[in-house]
Design a protein around this ligand. Structure first.
Ligand SMILES: [Fe+2]
Ligand SMILES: [Fe+2]
Length: 172
């Protein structure tokens, strides 16, 4: 799958794959909460918080690579050909804002469970429910990028464009 994309974009696609796996692992951890005693539930919440922080850092780096490295060149190239045009990039950038806020809200849900006396499996279940929603939003965002933007890139990018993307990514 990753080989279908130009080499300059393979790091971006690898981030998507890493995030898909990280969300699946996070939900699996959250689901272990069923019928567990207090100490185990507390450990699960601590683990969720740690892995959410890692996901948040990876998403932050990934969004920067896209918005400052890849999108500026692709936006110019695709808009000139009137393919997806500017609109798709506006949609994707608005989704970045939304997804980053959703991660922050998940982190604060975990923090409020972790710091309170009420560390109940039911409260962790609520986090898992929200995690599933946020995971689905991330998966849909990645699919949109891979189908509408990165999937077209191999056909439209010139050597010069690829050089500009490489330069932008190296400078981050
Ligand atoms: Fe994105
Ligand atoms: Fe992405």
């Amino acid at each position: 799958m990753i080989n279908e994309f130009p080499p300059v974009l393979q790091g971006i696609i690898r981030d998507h794959d890493d995030l898909r796996s990280a969300f699946a692992a996070l939900i699996k951890t959250g689901m272990e909460v069923e019928r567990k005693e207090y100490e185990v539930v507390r450990k699960i919440v601590t683990s969720l918080e740690k892995h959410l922080r890692e996901i948040d850092e990876l998403v932050g780096r990934h969004v920067r690579k896209e918005e400052e490295g890849v999108f500026p060149v692709l936006r110019t190239v695709l808009s000139a050909r009137e393919e997806p045009g500017n609109t798709i990039f506006e949609v994707l950038e608005a989704e970045h804002d939304h997804l980053e806020k959703a991660l922050a809200s998940l982190a604060s849900m975990c923090a409020s469970i972790g710091s309170g006396a009420d560390v109940s499996p039911e409260r962790v279940d609520l986090v898992v429910t929200k995690l599933r929603v946020v995971e689905a939003e991330f998966l849909s965002h990645f699919m949109k990028e891979e189908k509408s933007v990165y999937g077209r890139a191999g056909e439209v990018l010139t050597e010069d464009d690829i050089g500009r993307i490489e330069q932008a990514l190296d400078s981050l």
